[in-house]
Design a protein around this ligand. Structure first.
Ligand code: C5P
Length: 291
């Protein structure tokens, strides 16, 4: 064990800057081409040494996890799977501060699981490379390997094929809005499979230099399916699109969270204030993308 008191790590929101659904595997999982980016802030995990394994959830969305439990289970599962794969004793107490809404299509449980792996890797002093952690991560969920990285990456396959040599030159500031309606990811993919066509596969090299114009040429293929399940997404997108300086407006991930990208923090904060005053019940967050 490394000589540490308590350790903390962020589990930031995962944003699919675009998400093309390009095929389907025989096991039902969809093949994607997507640029994943991450905010600086999000859920927070704190680990401290303990004789027995303990797991607690606090923060604004802690209550919402009761009964759903996906993030709860994924943090616990990540910890157990990693302890067994690395032959370590699970001698820790982990507290999850749940700041991101549940079932909001921005990583959630996947980001928490990835952060758990990174935190334990540090705590146990294992120094496993992220590429090695990916092998555990993919067993926990399709998006978990990508969430290990925390910077713009190209993701292909169902989430396991990750390219790190991405140059991100798009707007840096992001405003996220969720109408606080949970949307089930499996349901969105099911609706997609029943109603939508696959996008054409692009050459990976064409997707590696991410500029505002590339973002304009791309889309989120799950947007229509998510709107069919949660019509409030239309209103969220209209509202973001009406904000001054919004360069790209799109659904993030599998919904219902949507985002707008801005060139300045001031513009993203102005958008937040306007949206908050018009829709006080929506969840909003302004942040910077990690690059
Ligand atoms: O792997 P994860 O638990 O994040 O995925 C949730 C569900 O979303 C899967 O059970 C599957 O129905 C759908 N999915 C998919 N293709 C992907 C990722 C997820 O069809 N690439």
């Amino acid at each position: 064990m490394a000589d540490v008191g308590s350790l903390q790590i962020m589990a930031p929101a995962k944003i699919n800057l675009f998400l093309h659904v390009v095929g389907k595997r025989s096991d039902g999982y969809h093949l994607l081409q997507s640029i994943f980016a991450f905010t600086e802030n999000g859920d927070k995990l704190t680990l401290s040494p303990s004789n027995t394994f303990e797991f607690k959830v606090e923060g604004p969305f802690a209550g919402e996890l009761d009964g759903q439990g996906d993030a709860t289970n994924l943090v616990e599962e990540a910890a157990r799977v990693f302890a067994s794969a690395s032959d370590q004793e699970l001698d820790v107490s982990i507290t999850l501060e749940k700041n991101l809404p549940i079932a909001s299509g921005i990583g959630g449980g996947s980001a928490d699981a990835a952060a758990t792996l990174r935190l334990l890797n540090r705590y146990w002093g294992l120094d496993w490379e992220l590429a090695k952690l990916e092998e555990i991560a993919i067993k926990l969920g399709a998006d978990v390997p990508a969430c290990l990285y925390g910077k713009p990456i190209l993701v292909q396959g169902i989430g396991e094929d990750i390219s790190l040599d991405i140059v991100y030159e798009g707007p840096e500031y992001i405003t996220l809005v969720n109408p606080l309606v949970s949307v089930s990811t499996p349901q969105v993919f099911k609706t997609f499979a029943a109603t939508s066509e696959f996008a054409e596969t692009c050459e990976a090299d064409e997707l590696k230099s991410v500029t505002t114009s590339l973002l304009h040429e791309t889309h989120n293929g799950l947007e229509e399916s998510a709107k069919a399940i949660c019509p409030e997404i239309n209103l969220v997108l209209d509202c973001l699109g009406a904000q001054e300086g919004a360069k790209i407006v799109r659904m993030a991930g599998s919904g219902a969270t949507c985002f707008a990208l801005f060139e300045s923090r001031a513009a993203s904060l102005k958008a937040i204030r306007a949206i908050k005053s018009e829709y006080p019940n929506w969840w909003v967050m302004a942040d910077k993308l990690q690059n």
